[in-house]
Write a protein that binds this ligand. Sequence first.
Ligand code: F6P
Length: 357
Amino acid sequence: MKRKIGILTSGGDCPGLNAAIRGVARAAYEMFDAEIIGIQNGYAGLIDGEYKEMKKSDFSGILTLGGTILGTSRRPFRNMRVVEDDGVDKVAAMKKTYKDLKLDCLVTLGGNGTHKTANLLSEEGLNVIGLPKTIDNDIYGTDFTFGFHTAVDIATDVIDRIHTTATSHGRCMVIEIMGNKAGWLTLYSGVAGGADVILLPEIPYDIKEVAKTVEARAKSKKAFSILAVAEGALSKEEAKMKKKERAAYRASLPYDCISKRIAAELQEMVGVEARHVVPGHIQRGGSPSAYDRVLSTQFGVHAAELIRDEIYGVTVALDGNEIIHNKLSDIAGVPKPVPMDDHVLVTARNMGINLGD
Ligand code: F6P
């Protein structure tokens, strides 16, 4: 049996992409006669016909390597069917590249936007298999995405390091963790790092409630406070605003990020010395953790098994300890915020971590 496989990585990168690519390739070469085409820079490469014929050796030595050997880019799903100034019909162009290359299938490694476009291509008749990556862990239908646990480790390390300097100075330290719409990374690293306050996009906060914890700690023997704040955290007042109104309100404030604003507000309200820290893309960089190497490999190998069995229009997922696959049409565009009964969230609440509400 011969299979010609196109593979691409799309959207924000994360640790584990190369491990997953290697998993697909190793299992494909092992199980059937595979020819692999590396599409460059995500859907942009599929649109522009930029690709590379891969050799077995291209997949060697990449298990521990961060980033993606294929390159990536953000090509928003909302514009996929829109013909922009360049006059390119992107969907037609992607289908043409797939056809010209005589691919049997396309494997797309990515997050939410990637999965929406993967579903679109599947509906257009292409054989597509998705692999869920993102440090945000916000893809519906999988317990975890690969990249998430590595980012939790990195963010936890940041919190640990901030902890020692916060203790020395008796300061209030506000650490901004990635995650605009979903607070998984902030929740897990906040609990792992022993944060006193955890603020998520899913739970709009009241700064007066947050100040209570910071003030109580400032008056106690442990004067410092650690706040893990998601980049997408928002106040109760902001939660009531429409998106545009909120953007205008934020633009009127003298802060370029939420952690800076919260630190300034607490300094003013409580009289503590406060600082903010934004680790940013460090959370997406470097080598994948052991957990993510295993998960990425399992996901990649399962994708190759699906190709062997000619099962398409699906994305690989983790369900408990099982590697499963879900229909792309069932999961594409479905949000996965932290639910209020999530066991880690309930753990945080029941041990007295201030969640801002
Ligand atoms: O989706 C991953 C992520 O790192 C988010 O947590 C973050 O909001 C966003 O990407 C940052 O995007 P960019 O790398 O395009 O700045």
